[in-house]
Design a protein around this ligand. Sequence first.
Ligand SMILES: Nc1ncnc2c1ncn2[C@@H]1O[C@H](COP(=O)(O)OP(=O)(O)OP(=O)(O)O)[C@@H](O)[C@H]1O
Ligand SMILES: [Mg+2]
Length: 326
Amino acid sequence: MSNEGLDIDVRELPGVGEVTARKLKEAGIYTVRELLLYSPIYLSELLNISEERAEKLVITAHDFLRERGLISDDFISAEELLEKIKRRRYITTGSRNLDNLLKGGIATQAVTEFYGEFGSGKTQLCHTLAVNVQLPESEGGLNQNAIYIDTEKTFSPSRIVEIATAKGLNPSDVLKNIIVARAYNTTHLLLLIKMLPEKIKSNNVGLVAIDSAVAPFRAEYLGRGKLAERQQLLNRLMHDLIRIAELYDAAIVITNQVQAQPDIMFGDPTKPVGGHVVAHAVTYRIYLRKAKQKGLRIASIVDSPEHPPGETLFLISEEGITDPTT
Ligand SMILES: Nc1ncnc2c1ncn2[C@@H]1O[C@H](COP(=O)(O)OP(=O)(O)OP(=O)(O)O)[C@@H](O)[C@H]1O
Ligand SMILES: [Mg+2]
């Protein structure tokens, strides 16, 4: 996929006049390609237009880019799919074990979910990746910058300094290349996600970490009565994320907690929050849990179409995520 179409103004679309163009821009949609990030239903709400009109806009944008060879067809051959996946790039986690489990590290064009109980290492992993994405490709990075969306007030610049210093990097350079946004609630989070395409483009971003993506929904949409609404919003969020990851060749990492499943008698009585919506949307899910030895963690890959089931050990140390020393 070429990057050329990224900058075609929405006004160039047939059928888009001054009024629609203004509405689109007010909603943060500037380019034809950005229009494709939205579902017609969402777009109709956002622009206060009919669903038919919104659908027509999305289809027109799609055709417009396809006619110009700026977008691949929706139906691509398995060979093309393989080609596309081959163009995926990977960010090292800092642990060779974990990289191997993930067949190369954290992939671009994908959403990777890390879930686990408190203290299992989700936040430490996000911090480490925000540093590692900046490494040169020869050292497992993408030579790009990071966006960190923090919904839990746990982003720590001093931890970034510690990790960067331990890796022999200039800490103030590393800090400059991490854009941090605090999300105060789900509405704010969804708003920040809407701004992501613009931020990714203008800041040469290769990694977006959202820590935690699901917790705010859990906190705000309590109880059975709110479940449908919550799942609908989560669904929208997840689809926006996967679309953004693919369009901008970025790696998106989200974290999630576990909730108890009181009805389970055998096996692990916990499961990630968000149910089928999150489960089906994410590309890779990794379950983190504590091992007996201090700092040691177990990562298992869950339900991946490309990875055999497996698990491995990694360590949380001063340097961030690393391999166990012995
Ligand atoms: N500087 C450090 N050096 C070594 N280990 C550290 C350091 N900072 C944190 N840790 C380890 O990381 C653990 C915390 O992990 P983290 O905050 O990533 O958990 P989490 O999965 O995000 O939990 P929560 O669900 O509460 O957000 C601590 O228990 C500690 O063992
Ligand atoms: Mg955390």
